[in-house]
Write a new protein. Structure first.
Length: 317
């Protein structure tokens, strides 16, 4: 079968390899791509196995044994470490990553599989993986995303596909959402899903700020956009080794709640699949062109301009 293999940073080759061996064999329909895949290609990534490594972690396909359509979840937690015992499986200390969606078949642990709701096309179902991370990020905001008296003034920094998904979830939660992005096309995408959009946030006015850029300057901007007592959720992963300098005064005198958000739980993946199947999150508005494995290398390295859209990879093209 054909698969995209990483042989080192920047070295992606599409090769004929032996059929994978594992618990459940899944014929891949599509795998969508995200910034993590770009990181894997450019710099390598802690989640990758030894080279040559398979990658692609937003994978939907058909089980060879039962014919059922499944989302191949990208991780299985150990169930026994202190994080798993504390019900924080997204932080599992012995996480088993399930990568390899950029291939015609993947062998997956049964525990990683989620049933795809009837009628949800593969590209939409694959987006349940990143949407689950957005569901998790909003859950990390806790009560700050749930309006009690009046509407919550919420801000989202960054109009990539993750920022747009988070903005949509906050709109569904009843927040007043302002998304900030310097691209006009992404501001238009944010407006289409019910948010307002600006090039830059006004400082100090937001009770909830969700950062979805992944750069130290954006983390600082998120703090500066926060109102007294606000909650700030840092969703974007900064480049490895980054250090962040933040203004001390608002962290203390304005009692800011700063939280990280990483990954998701299996229940959040199922929630994301349900939101996509119900049309509450419009995956078509986030779907980019469908490409084959041979186009993957060039497409991942191409700088993204204009609208935020996810590559859809069909390994049988
Ligand atoms: Zn991803
Ligand atoms: Zn664990």
């Amino acid at each position: 079968m054909r698969a995209a293999l990483l042989h080192g940073p920047g070295d992606l080759r599409v090769e004929e390899i032996v059929e994978p061996d594992g618990e459940v064999l899944v014929t891949v329909e599509v795998a969508t791509a995200c910034a993590t895949d770009v990181k894997c290609l450019r710099h390598g990534h802690v989640i990758l196995g030894p080279y040559p490594a398979r990658f692609g972690h937003e994978t939907v396909g058909v089980r060879e044994d039962t014919g059922a359509r499944v989302l191949v979840g990208d991780s299985v937690s150990c169930g026994t470490c202190r994080c798993c015992r504390a019900d924080r499986t997204q932080l599992c200390e012995r996480m088993r990553w399930v990568l390899g969606g950029f291939a015609q078949r993947i062998a997956a642990p049964a525990a990683s599989l989620h049933a795809v709701p009837d009628g949800l096309p593969a590209a939409g179902a694959a987006m349940a993986e990143p949407l689950a991370a957005a569901v998790h990020a909003v859950a990390r905001a806790g009560a700050a995303s749930q309006p009690t008296n009046g509407r919550v003034a919420a801000a989202v920094l960054g109009g990539g596909t993750m920022g747009l998904m988070i903005a949509r979830l906050l709109v569904l939660a009843g927040c007043d959402v302002t998304l900030a992005d310097r691209h006009e096309e992404r501001r238009d995408q944010a407006r289409a899903l019910g948010a307002s959009a600006v090039a830059q946030l006004e400082p100090g006015g937001h009770e909830l700020v969700m950062e979805a850029v992944g750069r130290p300057a954006a983390w600082r901007a998120a703090i500066e956009a926060a109102a007294p007592g606000a909650t700030i959720v840092l969703v974007g992963g900064c480049p490895a080794g980054s250090e962040v300098t933040l203004p001390a005064a608002p962290l203390h005198y304005a009692e800011l709640n700063v939280r990280g958000a990483f990954h998701h739980t299996p229940a959040e993946v199922d929630r994301a699949l349900a939101l996509l199947a119900a049309g509450e999150v419009d995956w078509r508005a986030l779907a980019g062109p469908t490409i084959g494995l041979d186009e993957l290398h060039g497409a991942l390295l191409r700088p993204s301009h204009g609208e935020a859209r996810k590559l859809v990879v069909d390994p049988h093209r």
